[in-house]
Design a protein around this ligand. Sequence first.
Ligand SMILES: Nc1ncnc2c1ncn2[C@@H]1O[C@H](COP(=O)(O)OP(=O)(O)OP(=O)(O)O)[C@@H](O)[C@H]1O
Ligand SMILES: [Mg+2]
Length: 409
Amino acid sequence: MVPCETNPARKISVVIIDDNAASLELLSTALASDDVSIVTTEDPEEGLEIIFREHPQIVITDLVMPGTDGLDVLDRVVAFDPAIDVVVITAWDSSETAVEAIRRGAADYLKKPVPFAVLRERIARLVGDAQRRHRAFTFSPETVDAAQFEGMIGRSPAMWEMFARIRRVAPHFRTVLIGGETGTGKEFVARALHNLSPVRNGRFVVLNCSAVVEDLFESELFGHVRGAFTGAVQDKAGLFEHADKGTLFLDEIGDMPLSTQAKLLRVLQNQEVQRVGSLTARRVDVRVIAATHRDLRAAIAEKQFREDLYYRLTMVEITTSALEAHMEDLPLLIKHFLDRFSREYGKEIEGLTRRAQIVLARHTWPGNIRELENVIGHGCMMARGSSVEIQDLPEYLRSPVKARAAGGS
Ligand SMILES: Nc1ncnc2c1ncn2[C@@H]1O[C@H](COP(=O)(O)OP(=O)(O)OP(=O)(O)O)[C@@H](O)[C@H]1O
Ligand SMILES: [Mg+2]
């Protein structure tokens, strides 16, 4: 199990700080419910002491107070544990302060007088999130196996739909385009398509189009005959011939030069290649999978990508989801990578501390699953005990203000 620290009493604890007794009374009445235990204080310093001692999930603080103000409280709570949700409430309506509070790591910002209903709803959401985070990190090891598809992990609706689509498409496709952000598993999808296709025993040949020098593109793909150009000292088969009766994976197809795109389209239509410098056409039987993280429609508008090739490739399209769109898979993916890296590093790492879990749950993952893989790899390498702690995570994740600003929340 991933969780190393669990909250045995499922009650969510809330500390409320406000120098105005009436307003304290109002807040705690609004929040009272069976799932919540509430501590209130009029003194910010005492409030902080309680927070450091009781380690609540939620802190609600007034902004303007004598001595220590709400932003100070916020800073110190965030420094203590970025996992604590801090809600700042103020009678002074200033959107600048609101932005500043959020930038410094506040979970929410409310203006007094806060209507009962609004307060209850916003806090209920935070309580719900806190409970979900707790549950999400609790699952049995078997679930990881059950959530495997051709090496890919996922059990969210988005992932299952994609797995189903791969399974449906694999037996039949001639060409497929895989779209999706960087690090979302496009190469995995390509391999799964090949492995489930009738040509699974044939070759799976990869060409990364962003790594090929423009002049050599055609020779790489279609081959050349001796003397076709300077340096062509002997006949050479291209990747299409090499992938005959198998699959050719053209990664980063958006980086293919326009002139090569025209020739590729012809090959896809005729299933014949001509080596550079040769007049003879050779028949090839190749399935082509192309992938890109770029918006090819925009590339077409900019005349960087051929529209006819685009339509040819998109007869079947599979799009991978950004990790942020299927965060329910995060705990499983974490577990998967923890297992892998503990094996790789010969360590016995069982999980992440609650604080580390929450930092990961709050991050927006612009680099998607690849970024997560790197983060867990880093964590496992740094971990001294049986769990990855917050200080084992890369620096950019540990600084809550920056992580939030990057997430734009
Ligand atoms: N569903 C998944 N389960 C487990 N690991 C995954 C999954 N998807 C991706 N990965 C891992 O994430 C990393 C990135 O995947 P991959 O290289 O396929 O991404 P990509 O979409 O091709 O990215 P790019 O556009 O940057 O090339 C790989 O190391 C892969 O092992
Ligand atoms: Mg890739």
